[in-house]
Write a protein that binds this ligand. Structure first.
Ligand SMILES: [Zn+2]
Length: 173
């Protein structure tokens, strides 16, 4: 396993629609393991393949908050929202590709999601609370969408400028 570098916004790869996975190859299995390791190391609660520069419909997440509780690493290939609640909820979101920037985003409070697991079996589950927000945020990544796209243009541009500055500073080191 290895930790992958995470792309920082703005990056054209974060704006692309990722391709469906037609077969879960051993390479994709290894990528999923690396993404989990990268996510836990960051630390974060979700990571989508485009964030490590791979334009495939794959995301990983673990939204268990209690440090005493057992972790629940999840790997989702080709995730699809099959139902979302009319009830909405607001969470303060952040993103590993937009470090240290947070903003409130409103999304459906509960979603049902269908996906292929690492072993190729089809799974379906209802997510609520933080899990619902996280899975929707990560699926957005597979469609080239970032949480700042939900914000007003002024706020979005401000964050983008901060990230450009951060990238320039990083490049100089
Ligand atoms: Zn993100």
């Amino acid at each position: 396993m290895s930790i992958k570098p995470i792309l920082i916004h703005p990056d054209p790869r974060l704006k692309k629609v990722a391709d469906p996975v037609s077969a879960i190859t051993p390479e994709l299995g290894r990528l999923a393991e690396d993404m989990l390791e990268t996510m836990y190391d960051a630390p974060g609660i979700g990571l989508a393949a485009p964030q490590v520069g791979v334009l495939s419909r794959l995301l990983v997440m673990d939204c268990v908050k209690d440090p005493e509780a057992a972790p629940r690493p999840m790997v989702l290939f080709n995730p699809q929202v099959t139902w979302s609640s009319e009830e909405r909820s607001v969470y303060e979101e952040g993103c590993l590709s937009i470090p240290e920037q947070y903003a409130e985003v409103e999304r459906p409070a509960v979603v049902r999601v269908k996906w292929l697991a690492l072993d190729g079996t089809e799974q379906e589950e209802e997510f609520s609370d933080l899990w619902a927000t996280c899975v929707q945020h990560e699926i957005d990544h597979l469609n080239g969408k970032l949480f700042i796209d939900y914000l007003k243009p002024m706020r979005r541009q401000m964050i983008t400028r901060k990230m450009q500055k951060l990238k320039r500073e990083k490049a100089r080191v």
